[in-house]
Design a protein around this ligand. Structure first.
Ligand SMILES: Nc1ncnc2c1ncn2[C@@H]1O[C@H](COP(=O)(O)OP(=O)(O)O)[C@@H](O)[C@H]1O
Ligand SMILES: Cc1cn([C@H]2C[C@H](O)[C@@H](COP(=O)(O)OP(=O)(O)O)O2)c(=O)[nH]c1=O
Length: 196
């Protein structure tokens, strides 16, 4: 039961790396935020598409979705002994809603009902590279603008320095990045076994 979170700007390769990881590690349960709950759908179909009146509304919706997601999906899978790999979690709210102007202390407070992951990994890539990657995916989503993603990346990197999160160079081939994440998880699992 290890809770792993993969973070990074849109187009950093999170989904790609996570799908490779599930082949490199045993007993993996993959999930993501915004989640598939009704709150997650509200975020995807309304907040991210049409836009909210204030970025605090986004922060509150993401936090509400996260509490539901943790209680209903993540916690039960951890109890069953899975390595839960979640694409985005509290650090996404700190980075994106923080970049949109919401005070970080406020974001931390509304997210204080969920526990910290065992491992948070930041996939780091130049926003210009990331935008070029996501352009192939079709129309740009709400946050997929260069100047905004530069601010988001800045917050991720300062949070990583503060919290000691590993930052991986995600401009490399996805297979290489996935192997490095797998090594970090295995190291963590190994150190836990040797202390228990
Ligand atoms: N390491 C990589 N090198 C080149 N292209 C990549 C890499 N990782 C992902 N991609 C491509 O970039 C796009 C965005 O990747 P994705 O995994 O969906 O990113 P995210 O989940 O972080 O938004 C996809 O078209 C994917 O195939
Ligand atoms: C979880 C979370 C996501 N987001 C944003 C990041 C993404 O732009 C968007 C999620 O859309 P999604 O299409 O899942 O992202 P991706 O492009 O990474 O595959 O929501 C926040 O702003 N705050 C959050 O707390």
């Amino acid at each position: 039961m290890t809770f792993v979170v993969i973070e990074g700007i849109d187009g950093s390769g999170k989904s790609t790396v996570i799908s490779l990881l599930s082949r490199l590690l045993p007993r993996v349960y993959v999930t993501r935020e915004p989640s598939s709950s009704p709150i997650g759908r509200l975020i995807k179909e309304w907040a991210l598409r049409e836009g909210t009146a204030d970025p605090r509304v986004d922060a509150l919706l993401f936090a509400a979705d996260r509490i539901e997601h943790y209680k209903r999906e993540i916690e039960p899978r951890l109890r069953e002994g899975y390595i839960v790999i979640c694409e985005r979690y509290v650090e996404s709210s700190i980075a994106y809603q923080g970049a949109a102007g919401v005070p970080i202390e406020y974001i931390k407070f509304i997210n204080s009902a969920v526990p910290k992951p065992d491992i948070t990994v930041i996939l780091d890539v130049d926003p210009e590279v990331a935008i070029a990657r996501v352009k192939q995916r079709g129309a740009a989503e709400k946050y997929e603008q260069l100047s905004f993603l530069k601010r988001v990346r800045g917050i991720y990197l300062s949070r990583a320095a503060e919290e000691g999160y590993p930052v991986l160079d995600a401009s490399r081939p996805a297979e290489e990045v996935a192997k490095e994440v797998a090594r970090l998880i295995e190291k963590r699992l190994g150190s836990r076994e040797s202390t228990s």
